[in-house]
Design a binder for this molecule. Structure first.
Ligand SMILES: NC(=O)c1ccc[n+]([C@@H]2O[C@H](COP(=O)([O-])OP(=O)(O)OC[C@H]3O[C@@H](n4cnc5c(N)ncnc54)[C@H](O)[C@@H]3O)[C@@H](O)[C@H]2O)c1
Length: 251
């Protein structure tokens, strides 16, 4: 039995994970960490990691960057693997994550869907072929409660494209007041409204032709299933920073 702690158990994704794990006889949710309680599952929910007493084999985190420091201190002390699915981490946060990954197994991805990870590869391939003849813009759409903009997935897709240019593209967030000839940028545009789960489009615009590579998530289930798969896979792994490529290579 794998003992799982859900950080962010009271949120939309925490609820989705709890719902799926209820019917999984290989895992147990032992507790949650959240600032609010959960209606989805009857386990203790703590406001901070200091209070956690339960033996935990792996953490699944869909919460907020604000909990990261406490969480990493805890996982390093306990040598507990952690799946970080939260987005919106700062540069300093990413440094902390890398440091913690020297002591315990850390899995981090901004998007758990197979489809998004596939279009990241397709977009990189497209950029390698199209070179500098096409302008690149990323348009992402999410529900009206999303905490970060642009989405972590949009940045992940831009990084995949930018790898084709050896990191030579600059990122431009919105285009208000920026007119005239484009530079060597990737433009980001964020749309927020209603209950949109998550839509991403990478647009390559050239002379007289446009190529778009797009993905739409129809529900949160796709992210939850991926995160659970990653958590099971991560248990017993040595310290290190893992991502979807490692998981997909192995399963
Ligand atoms: N990697 C992926 O595939 C993927 C998919 C969907 C969402 N996400 C990300 O997951 C995160 C959560 O998404 P959501 O839609 O469930 O959001 P949500 O707002 O519904 O839930 C977040 C939960 O975290 C809790 N929380 C906030 N600050 C906290 C703190 N300091 N300590 C403990 N708990 C805290 C909130 O109380 C809330 O219950 C976001 O960053 C989102 O972008 C990632």
């Amino acid at each position: 039995m794998i003992n799982i702690l859900i950080c962010g158990i009271g949120g939309k994704m925490g609820g989705e994970i709890a719902g799926i794990l209820k019917n999984d006889d290989k895992t147990d949710i032992v507790c949650g960490v959240d600032l609010k309680t959960s209606d989805n599952v009857n386990v203790p929910v703590y406001a901070s990691f200091d209070e956690v007493k339960e033996k935990t084999d792996v953490i699944i985190d869909f919460s907020s960057p604000s909990v990261l420091k406490d969480e990493l201190n805890w996982v390093v002390k306990q040598r507990c693997p952690v799946v970080l699915a939260t987005t919106g981490y700062t540069y300093d946060d990413l440094q902390l994550i890398e440091r913690a990954a020297k002591k315990t197994a850390v899995f981090k991805t901004a998007n758990f869907s197979m489809g998004i990870n596939l279009i990241a590869k397709l977009a990189r391939m497209a950029a390698e072929i199209l070179g500098n003849d096409f302008d690149i813009e990323i348009i992402e759409k999410h529900h009206n409660n999303k905490k970060d903009a642009p989405s972590g997935t949009a940045i992940m897709l831009a990084d995949a494209v930018n790898a084709a240019y050896d990191g030579g593209k600059e990122y431009l967030y919105g285009r208000k007041g920026i007119t005239g000839k484009r530079g060597k940028e990737i433009g980001f545009h964020s749309v927020r409204g209603g209950t949109i789960t998550g839509e991403h489009e990478i647009l390559f615009a050239g002379d007289d032709e446009i190529i778009t590579i797009s993905h739409a998530a129809a529900s949160r289930k796709v992210f939850a299933t991926g995160a659970i798969k990653a958590a099971k896979w991560l248990v017993g792994k040595p310290a290190g920073l893992y991502n979807m490529n490692d998981l997909l290579r192995d399963i």
